[in-house]
Design a protein around this ligand. Structure first.
Ligand code: FCB
Length: 443
């Protein structure tokens, strides 16, 4: 594989998220987020850990940005912690929090690494959760205020923006399954959150349009081919509703296509949360869609559809290789989701804003021989190239992730990095996959 085959203007990046790497959870005036509250509760995280310290990126950002450049990447995607810059979610701005992101951006630019900013990667200010969080329609105003602060602070230097990271994940796992912050299990709170997040996509994109001239505005969605587990009409119905839930519920409203109620009838209750004019206010003209791809999902029929993780995220473990997360490795699925997103005819460009794999990495001296991760990246990049050669306008790829990090409810045992983190010392050790990227990108 040659990087030049992707073309000169291609963006090669690594992706990270604030809560998963920053640490410094209560430093320099930061307010608590729902993830601070959630991890500090007993028995929420498999290894009983938290992101209190994580990779200590808050203090080590300069070295980590240098490492990103050293591996040959020309972009870094990272998220802003809302409560770090607005401790109460609205009102007072914490200058020391803003200063941190200023330094990160300047460090990136000094190293020739283009900063790509995600505004919301799951760490809502706890103060807003106390007022209902995403279930409260007032979040439209709160979010608009926050986005204005960030656009004004960074918009002179940051051109690439993603309004959200994976609305599907934080609404369904956080509000329906209760396995992520804020740990709720409420189908109606979930529906309200879905609608408010979709409206906030438009609020955020609108603010960015106004305040960042020439801004490149998108959002990042989890996409995955969904397949039936059998051939009967019941199996096909299950497949259709799971597909609407995973792939359509967060994309189509913003394109003015409404909710896929026919395929997923539970969405008819969305009417409770829709106000007059929402159908217009929700529409967004995206510059790009951020595609996040990890695996393929299966949809077995259930009496109450899709309110449990195991069946929906059930995988074909007999036939395909799995990551240590238990996710099927299916590079062809990446081609499929790119093709499908392009099929809407509404996204001028596609960017793979996350793709990666967890394996049980072992530190052997100064090396981590993660051969399978290299294979994963080779195969998925080949799928991207095939899409590109078939005329699908995909012009960037971000590996998840630069560093091993706090993997939400899984804690630290699940490692996704191109760089190994020894959490006891915070030492970074470039894995063989990191060396492989450096080799690929230097040629
Ligand atoms: C994605 C998340 C990211 C990380 C990877 C493994 O769904 O956006 O934060 O957890 O999965």
């Amino acid at each position: 594989m040659r990087a030049s085959a992707f073309g000169g203007g291609f963006t090669w990046g690594v992706a990270t998220a604030a809560y998963q790497i920053e640490g410094a959870w209560d430093e320099d005036g930061k307010g608590p987020s729902i993830w601070d509250t959630f991890t500090h509760r007993r028995r929420t995280i498999k290894d009983r850990s938290s992101g209190d310290v994580a990779c200590d990126f808050y203090h080590r950002y300069a070295d980590d940005v240098a490492l990103t450049a050293d591996l040959g990447f020309n972009a870094k995607r990272f998220s802003i912690s809302w409560p770090r810059v607005m401790p109460a979610g609205t009102g007072a701005v914490n200058q020391r929090g803003l200063d941190f992101y200023d330094r990160v951006v300047d460090e990136c630019l000094a190293r020739g690494v283009d900063p790509w900013v995600t505004l919301y990667h799951w760490d809502l200010p706890q103060a807003l959760q106390d007022r209902g969080g995403w279930t409260n329609r007032d979040v439209l105003g709160w979010f608009g205020e926050y986005v204005s602060v960030m656009a004004a602070a960074l918009g002179d230097r940051v051109k690439h923006w993603m309004v959200f990271n994976e609305p599907l994940s934080f609404t369904s796992i956080g509000q329906l399954l209760g396995l992520h912050a804020p740990g709720k299990r409420n189908p109606f709170g979930f529906l309200a959150s879905v609608h408010h997040v979709n409206l906030c996509q438009a609020v955020g994109a609108g603010v960015l349009r106004d305040l960042v001239p020439g801004g490149d505005i998108g959002t990042s969605q989890y996409l995955s081919p969904v397949v039936a587990t059998g051939t009967t009409p019941i199996h096909h119905k299950a497949e259709r509703s799971a597909d609407a839930f995973v792939n359509r519920m967060f994309i189509e409203p913003n394109l003015g296509l409404g909710y896929p109620v026919d395929a997923f009838p539970f969405l008819r209750f969305m009417e409770r949360y829709e106000h007059d004019g929402d159908d217009k206010a929700i529409v967004v003209d995206w510059d790009f869609l951020g595609v996040q791809y990890y695996t393929r999902l299966k949809a077995p029929p259930l009496p109450i559809p899709y309110f449990g993780t195991a069946p929906m995220f059930g995988h074909d473990w007999k036939r395909f290789e799995l990551t240590s997360f238990g996710w099927e490795i299916r590079p062809d699925g990446l081609y499929d989701v790119l093709q499908r997103a392009h099929g809407y005819g509404r996204f001028p460009r596609l960017v793979v804003t996350e793709n990666g794999a967890s394996f049980n990495d072992v530190l052997a001296g100064d090396r981590v021989h993660d051969r399978r991760r290299i294979g994963f990246y080779e195969d998925h990049l080949a799928a991207v190239l095939r899409a590109k050669n078939d005329g699908i306008p995909v012009d960037g790829y971000f590996a998840w992730s630069l560093l091993d990090n706090f993997e939400w409810a899984e804690g630290y045992r699940t490692r996704f990095g191109l760089v190994y983190v020894d959490y006891a010392t915070q030492r970074r050790i470039v894995k063989d996959s990191g060396h492989w990227f450096r080799e690929l990108l230097s040629r």
